[in-house]
Design a binder for this molecule. Structure first.
Ligand code: ADP
Length: 212
């Protein structure tokens, strides 16, 4: 994966040489540094992998002109939902609000997805949806969640191959905490995962911590 990395003194020197002389072969870079081609190989591999240099067979190395920030943005735009999604917590639409509240405590989640008897996505329940229902005079153990949930087709969702950055934008635009990761079938949407603000925070940290 492309990333911004801390460059060594020698790698900085190589960048300078390629900037001034590119396209230049590994052999010629090595000569200018009084090193062997073999010694240089790992540095060239790192610089190419990180996106600072481009290599063309029989021509040599080019400077891509990309800054660390550009390279970081490129790596962010490569992250996909499937690498960061969590296991979804799902309840049937006929379970009671009381049971849904118990579920969010037991499963330690903030959002529960609701499915119909065919196991297709029917709605979403957030913490505040459940709190709101609890403020009413209804009997929570007999009130089914399908009365209070946000329902289809007004559900924001994503698919496993979607870009994380696009889901992050959806969360911001719609001011929600989580989306179901779904798989479209002929008869409806199957819930296969959950993508939350926490998953995106973890992706942010993973990106910062990866080196090389
Ligand atoms: P909370 O309500 O606990 O602050 P959210 O901000 O996620 O949590 O939810 C706000 C409202 O949006 C709730 O009414 C909830 O049902 C709804 N909601 C949550 N997630 C989704 C989603 N993926 N698609 C559509 N509506 C959602």
């Amino acid at each position: 994966m492309v990333s911004t990395i801390e460059l060594s003194k020698r790698q900085d020197r190589i960048l300078e040489i390629v900037k001034e002389n590119g396209p230049i072969t590994g052999e010629h870079i090595a000569e200018k540094l009084n090193l062997t081609r073999a010694t240089l190989r790992p540095d060239l591999a790192i610089l190419t992998m990180a996106g600072y240099l481009d290599a063309r067979p029989r021509v040599g190395y080019f400077y891509t002109g990309k800054t660390g920030t550009q390279l970081l943005a490129e790596s962010m735009k490569k992250l996909t939902v499937k690498d960061f999604q969590s296991i979804p917590v799902v309840v049937n639409e006929n379970v009671s609000v009381y049971d849904a509240i118990v579920t969010i405590f037991l499963e330690d989640v903030g959002t529960v997805f609701v499915t119909d008897d065919k196991h297709h996505l029917a709605g979403v329940l957030s913490r505040k949806d459940l709190l709101r229902a609890s403020l009413g005079k209804q009997e929570l153990s007999t009130l089914p969640v399908n009365i209070i949930m946000t329902r289809m087709p007004n559900i924001t969702m994503c698919e496993k191959d979607d870009l994380l950055i696009d889901v992050a934008k959806k969360l911001i635009d719609t001011q929600i905490d989580a989306v179901p990761v779904v798989k479209k079938t002929d008869s409806g949407y199957e819930v296969i995962g959950r993508l939350t603000k926490t998953n995106i925070t973890k992706a942010f940290v993973a990106l910062a911590e990866q080196e090389g």
